[in-house]
Design a protein around this ligand. Structure first.
Ligand code: SAH
Length: 345
């Protein structure tokens, strides 16, 4: 396993096995996960010999900044990173009153095939290692000098399609010897891989779960999201209820509004019948049109009307503020445009 994906315990065992002093493990872990070194050479008080032995078995993987944009509209920052094998991922830094939040990618590409999403157009290249997810946060904190307090796993990829690495990443990020971020400040968004929702509830009960619903019924959901062919809405809602019951935490349903597709009055009413009585919150997202598909954003009027119908039935609902529109901050757009740009050179 690569160095930055190892837990404190694993690193300690490994250091001892290599015949080194136990305290080196703590030192190295601190360099990696608190001081956020960008290269192994920066670990200045670790003897070169010890590092050499360690790196032979556990390479130093992370991300490297390729492009960095700052939105003139709202200060949102977008990063394009390369991985050691040349794959690319993108991440976003958003500044809120409650702190700085980073949105990371969990995979290079995605195989879920949601119709409106740019991240999935080129398919899945590979899963990210825990280190490569973590390092998006570390690199951003280092580059901006801003402390990151919140994480959302809502970038490219389906986190539950890279489940073990996701859970390990969370463990490392929340470790007291690392950035010590609270589980409660982490949100993981899934397109609805039902068995993993149960597993996640049992393993990470403090994390906030967001489920991409985008539709109030199976027929429409199947048209927008291929995963709906595998799991029905009934199964999905049952899993969502298990999550809220087991964790005591409010769940978020994401609902992207597409003009003329899922944004009508009857859809709002059907959605209410699905979520009423649940400990949940509906986040309406005016769909961000991508050039490869002809989906259009719902009108402002329709978004407001949809919201009011939910509110009248006392469903907690917000409309997601669009951030960083001028810098292609939405899922998958930058990575794809980079590939197109470099292909044209
Ligand atoms: N795979 C995960 C997380 C990544 S996508 C998931 O499906 O939840 C994060 C959110 O953005 C999801 O709700 C996704 O459906 C939504 N999304 C993707 N492309 C979008 C677009 N063009 N406009 C609006 N929302 C989009």
């Amino acid at each position: 396993m690569d160095l930055k994906s190892m837990t404190m315990e694993e690193l300690t065992d490994c250091i001892v096995e290599l015949g080194e002093k136990k305290f080196r493990a703590k030192q190295i872990y601190g360099w990696l996960h608190q001081k956020l070194v960008r290269s192994p050479e920066e670990m200045s008080n670790v003897p070169a010999k010890c590092l050499e032995k360690l790196l032979k078995e556990h390479p130093f993987y992370g991300v490297e900044e390729v492009e960095h944009y700052v939105s003139k509209i709202d200060g949102t920052q977008k990063f394009l990173f390369s991985l050691h094998d040349g794959n690319m991922v993108e991440s976003v830094l958003m500044k809120y009153k409650h702190g700085n939040s980073v949105c990371i990618s969990s995979q290079a590409g995605c195989r879920m095939g949601c119709r409106f999403c740019a991240s999935t157009l080129l398919g899945l290249s590979r899963n990210l290692y825990p280190s490569e997810m973590l390092d998006q946060i570390y690199a951003i904190q280092k580059a901006t000098g801003e402390r990151v307090s919140h994480l959302v796993v809502m970038g490219t990829g389906e986190p539950f399609d890279n489940f073990e690495s996701l859970c390990r990443m969370i463990e490392l990020l929340c470790s007291p010897e690392g950035l010590n971020i609270s589980h409660r400040n982490i949100t993981v968004s899934t397109c609805g891989i039902v068995p993993k929702i149960y597993e996640f509830a049992d393993r990470n009960p403090q994390v906030t779960l967001a489920i991409s619903l985008h539709s109030p019924n199976d027929t429409m959901r199947k048209e927008l999201m291929p995963i709906a062919n595998k799991y029905s809405m009934d199964e999905l809602m049952k899993a969502a209820k298990y999550y809220t019951k087991t964790t005591g935490r409010r769940i978020t349903f994401e609902y992207s509004l597409v003009k003329g597709v899922n944004d009508k009055k009857e859809h709002a009413e059907e959605l209410i019948s699905r979520v009423k009585g649940m400990n949940c919150h509906v986040n309406l997202i005016p769909v961000n049109p991508i050039k490869e598909r002809d989906f259009e954003q719902s009108t402002q009027n329709n978004v407001t009307a949809f919201k009011h119908i939910l509110e009248r039935q006392h469903i907690q609902v917000t409309v997601r503020r669009e951030m960083g529109r001028d810098i292609q901050a939405a899922c998958g757009q930058l990575r794809k445009s980079y590939k197109e740009r470099s292909g044209n050179e």
